[in-house]
Write a new protein. Structure first.
Length: 268
């Protein structure tokens, strides 16, 4: 008779199944502890030591860590930004957040959609039965929306960052200086009480700041994994955001702290 699977082991094996998630956990461990022990990480994730070794090799090739006997230590830069297309974690949560964001669309007028995996899901669900102007700095989001005859879709122009498909630099900045929108639906790589909204890339941070400035109302779409983290470049403070949409996996203490700080938060 085959023994029953250990529920704890099953949770470990399914909690972080994708390489980008495993590698992000390694980098988080380095940030908080200053060293990542390969055996401990393999046990925590329910994967083999060889799997962790391959993750460490990949991170070292990107210049993000230095491998040492038994694990890894940090190098100067600990920011890892996986391509948007590979961000498959928390898909269900992102879909719930995107669906909730639809309730905050204006009846007509204009919206701005930022780059990101949750905002991309929001674009997938975007209604096609109303007339609206949609601005985005993301080529893939524009392609998603352009099939609707009632939507007028604008891209900002500029250099395209392959990792996010986001348009950045001067052209995007000039476009944002000339537009005003009713609602901006924004993303962030990390959200903390002290540092606000941050992202790994300086050029994207600059565009995100201008997005906030061009919108009458600013809504952040971020799953629970983004909170309590800090990335390289700050692009907004919590006071700059009118509403945070997240999922019910957010830590209760973080939720309470956000609301105590005066941030309106809606969980789904």
């Amino acid at each position: 008779m085959t023994p029953a699977a250990d529920p704890a082991t099953t949770r470990l094996e399914t909690r972080v199944p994708f390489p980008d998630q495993r590698r992000e956990l390694i980098l988080t461990t380095l940030r908080t502890e200053g060293r990542a022990d390969a055996t401990a990480i393999a046990l925590e994730l329910g994967v083999t030591n060889e799997t962790v070794r391959k993750d460490l090799v990949a991170l070292e090739q990107l210049g993000l860590i230095k491998r040492v006997h038994g694990g890894a230590i940090p190098v100067g830069r600990l920011t890892y930004e996986p391509p948007v297309a590979s961000r498959t974690a928390f898909t269900e949560e992102k879909t719930r957040i995107a669906a909730a964001a639809l309730r905050h669309l204006p009846a007509d007028g204009s919206v701005l959609i930022d780059a990101g995996s949750t905002t991309a899901r929001f674009a997938d669900l975007f209604p096609r039965d109303r007339s609206m102007r949609v601005y985005t700095n993301t080529l893939s989001i524009a392609m998603t929306l352009m099939d609707s005859p009632l939507l007028t879709v604008y891209t900002l122009g500029g250099r395209v960052r392959p990792v996010t498909s986001a348009e950045v630099d001067d052209w995007a900045a000039r476009a944002l200086s000339d537009i005003n929108v009713d609602v901006a639906f924004l993303g962030a790589s990390a959200v903390s009480l002290d540092r606000g909204l941050t992202t790994p890339d300086a050029a994207e941070a600059a565009v995100k700041r201008l997005m906030c400035a061009s919108a009458r109302r600013r809504i952040l779409l971020a799953d629970h994994s983004k909170f309590g983290r800090v990335s390289n470049w700050k692009h907004a403070g919590l006071a700059d955001i009118d509403l945070v949409l997240t999922d019910d996996g957010i830590e209760p203490q973080m939720l309470e702290s956000l609301r105590s700080a005066g941030v309106e938060v809606e969980t789904v």
